[in-house]
Design a protein around this ligand. Structure first.
Ligand SMILES: [Mg+2]
Length: 256
């Protein structure tokens, strides 16, 4: 029995600037069936308000700020569960810093407990040097998400994973990364929704992030073919989704 939905966004409800067919029906059905839901994104730069406005701009309505969980939020939730009132040196945008403040962290450049790294266009050599020295000095190394690049208009843009790789190269240390495909992010999402993992359906377009993460968190999984995965690609993975749909508009909770 599926009681809640956790869904990816890119390739599921929109692709670039295009809404995917059935996305609004899907959201409407979640509301009419009173199904709790969260949209989950590895993007740590945008706040839930940014995301809500972005979707409204694309033409998708009925998704509120509390319906999102970003890798920045998940990272803050995770770190809060590890240590109260800790200090962090942050490479990342205002969204990440806000989430850390919200859980009682303070920012510090002298002997912080953590170095927390995310994508930011302000990244520079000075930050890299600082992060390396703090990690060498014992700060724990955390990443919001592993994505190496983000596809944007005009080509690819380096993302959090690229910055993490630079710090790893200089310190010889690997970060602990909270975002997808780490199933921790899905687990935190089910906890936020107040359901057991097996009562939640993870919806996504990628086998190697959404489906594997959902499966490892103990959730039911649904692959949609509206993004990067073609039917023949599914067979290349050693695991399979519980359900496959052409697009989210086909998901009917009453019949799962
Ligand atoms: Mg996707």
């Amino acid at each position: 029995m599926i009681k809640a939905i956790i869904s990816d966004m890119d390739g599921v409800i929109y692709r670039g600037k295009q809404i995917i067919a059935g996305a609004q029906d899907f959201v409407d059905r979640l509301h009419s069936s009173k199904t709790p839901f969260l949209f989950l994104t590895n993007n740590a730069e945008q706040t839930p308000l940014d995301l809500k406005l972005k979707l409204e701009h694309l033409g998708i309505h009925g998704i509120e700020e509390e319906n999102f969980i970003t890798s920045a939020m998940a990272t803050a939730m995770f770190l809060r569960s590890q240590k109260e009132r800790a200090t962090a040196f942050v490479i990342g945008g205002g969204g990440l810093m806000n989430e850390l403040y919200n859980v009682g962290f303070s920012l510090s450049e002298s002997h912080p407990d953590y170095v927390v790294v995310s994508k930011t266009a302000n990244f520079n050599f000075e930050m890299l040097k600082k992060a390396v020295r703090l990690i060498d000095g014992g700060a724990k190394f955390i990443g919001t998400n592993p994505d190496m690049i983000d596809p944007v208009e005009g080509g690819n843009e380096p993302a959090a994973g690229t910055i993490l790789a630079a710090i790893s190269a200089a310190t010889g240390k690997k970060p602990y990364i909270v975002g997808k495909p780490n199933s921790l992010m899905m687990m935190l999402a089910t906890r936020k929704l107040g359901v057991h993992p097996e009562e939640a359906l993870m919806v996504g377009d990628r086998m190697d992030t959404d489906i594997v993460g959902g499966m490892e968190a103990g959730m039911k999984t649904a692959l949609v073919l509206s993004g990067v995965t073609t039917p023949s690609l599914i067979e290349h993975f050693p695991y399979k989704p519980d359900y496959v749909f052409n697009h989210v508009g086909e998901i009917d909770l009453a019949h799962l």
